[in-house]
Design a protein around this ligand. Structure first.
Ligand SMILES: [Zn+2]
Length: 72
């Protein structure tokens, strides 16, 4: 299921408030700015300088190709 050319599109998000972890699929064509924690209901948003919640809270940064998304 994995090949060297594949970017991993799932990532484990860890809530900074309660530590709840969930595996989420990252879209390749959009940034995820908000994520509601399933554990405590906190709405996560990216830290300053990060383009999406995956870059801030997940174990895998978002895919390096988000057309028109992350680079502004
Ligand atoms: Zn939480």
């Amino acid at each position: 299921m994995t090949s060297p050319n594949d970017i991993p599109l799932t990532s484990i998000l860890t809530c900074p408030s309660c530590g709840h972890q969930s595996q989420e699929t990252m879209p390749t064509d959009a940034c995820v700015y908000f994520f509601d924690c399933a554990g405590c209901g906190t709405r996560l948003s990216p830290k300053a300088g990060d383009c999406c919640v995956f870059c801030s809270y997940a174990d895998t940064p978002c895919p390096p190709r988000h057309p028109g998304g992350c680079s502004e």
